[in-house]
Design a protein around this ligand. Structure first.
Ligand code: NAI
Length: 343
């Protein structure tokens, strides 16, 4: 019997390294191109594709893939805000890796906070230049300060444990509070007004887009640090820039950015950055940006490769798809009644 083929879009050397280590019951065709309606024909002859966070999985891409005989998209990530689920339903099974290392992301959120607060990048740049001045490098002690955690799922709860280890008081907002764990939940407005540090760990949905809006920023404690390792569109970037300029926000640590799709994961050094908003953010001494690398650990890459291969193996074998998601799943209507599949 012929082995099925899978087109892997938007792959980097570190992806290939980990997928090449795992025996897969299908052939892999790696492509550097992102998945878009225009690149969908690259999947000709493949029964499934594998995609990533910034691929364009709009209705046009879904239809193009389906017309080439593709029956499933295996996302190499947990988030799926870039997928048009309505368009995909009944045509493409959408598989994902629900959790690959919540610790990796939570630890990166704390790394951003510590680096921002203690001005580590500026300090390191100075000492490389034999400049040992401390002027302008003063931070604050985190012990005793209040961390406001928005979203207390897997990553949010890891971040809470880390904050508690630093002796911080933790308050949280989540419409679906976690049971146990002794988390103090507050209404969002109260969290905004009490927190010295706000860290975002909720998914991007219609309800969370711009959860950090101009209105929300008018309620924060002056000097608050905002950390975002979730999705760029959770923050209204223009409003954040205004709040940074006004000194209302003391600093921002961003691993994600609203308009990151055409920029992050690529090397533009030596070129003029055409995104003026990102250039402005980057120029601010109290903003620290990393390019969606919070997950980037050996443990997460191994887990992503292992679970993705398992998701695709189950799909090709006609088995139930534990990690399938569809637009009915979110509303609780989908019970995966079709042999453990969403349709
Ligand atoms: P999860 O599904 O375990 O937890 C998400 C939590 O957010 C849930 O408790 C949910 O009830 C809560 N939530 C939903 N709507 C909310 C709202 N309106 N306000 C506050 N909370 C709300 O997800 P997990 O694994 O903790 O991941 C969180 C997010 O982290 C993902 O959606 C993804 O966007 C991001 N992520 C970023 C990575 C990176 O490398 N930067 C890597 C992996 C995930």
């Amino acid at each position: 019997m012929n082995r099925p083929s899978v087109a892997f879009y938007d792959t980097k050397p570190y992806d290939r390294e980990w997928f090449d280590r795992i025996p897969a019951p299908f052939d892999i065709h790696y492509f550097e191109s992102k998945l878009t309606p225009d690149t969908a024909p690259l999947a000709e002859g493949c029964s499934a594709v594998c995609a990533f966070v910034n691929d364009d999985i709009s209705a046009a891409a879904v239809d193009a893939l389906a017309s080439h005989g593709v029956g499933a998209i295996a996302m190499r990530c947990a988030g799926y805000s870039n997928v048009d689920f309505r368009a995909a339903y009944g045509k493409l099974h959408i598989l994902r890796v629900p959790a690959y290392s919540p610790h990796a992301v939570a630890e990166h959120a704390m790394a951003l906070l510590l680096s921002l607060n203690r001005k580590i990048p500026r300090a390191a740049n100075r000492t490389r230049d034999f400049n040992y001045s401390l002027v302008g490098l003063c931070g604050m002690v985190l012990n005793g300060k209040t961390a406001g955690v928005i979203g207390t799922g897997r990553i949010g709860r890891c971040f809470i444990d880390i904050c508690r280890g630093f002796g911080m008081r933790v308050v949280a907002y989540d419409p679906y509070p976690a049971e146990g764990g002794g988390i103090e939940y507050l209404p969002l407005d109260e969290l905004l007004s009490q927190a010295d540090v706000i860290s975002l760990h909720c998914p991007l949905t219609e309800g969370t887009r711009h959860i950090i809006s101009r209105d929300a920023l008018s309620k924060v404690k002056p000097g608050v640090f905002i950390i975002n390792t979730s999705r760029g569109e959770l923050i209204d970037t223009e409003a954040l820039i205004e709040a940074l300029d006004a000194g209302v926000v003391g600093g921002a640590g961003l691993d994600v950015y609203e308009e990151e799709a055409d920029l992050f994961f690529e090397d533009f050094s030596g070129q003029i950055l055409l995104d003026d908003t990102l250039a402005l953010l980057t120029s601010k001494p109290n903003v620290l940006i990393t390019a969606h690398q919070a997950f980037l650990t050996e443990e997460a890459l191994e887990a992503i490769a292992r679970v993705t291969v398992e998701n695709l193996r189950a799909y090709f074998n006609g088995e139930p798809l534990q990690n399938e998601v569809c637009y009915h799943c979110g509303g609780g209507e989908c019970r995966k009644k079709q042999n453990g599949r969403c349709f």
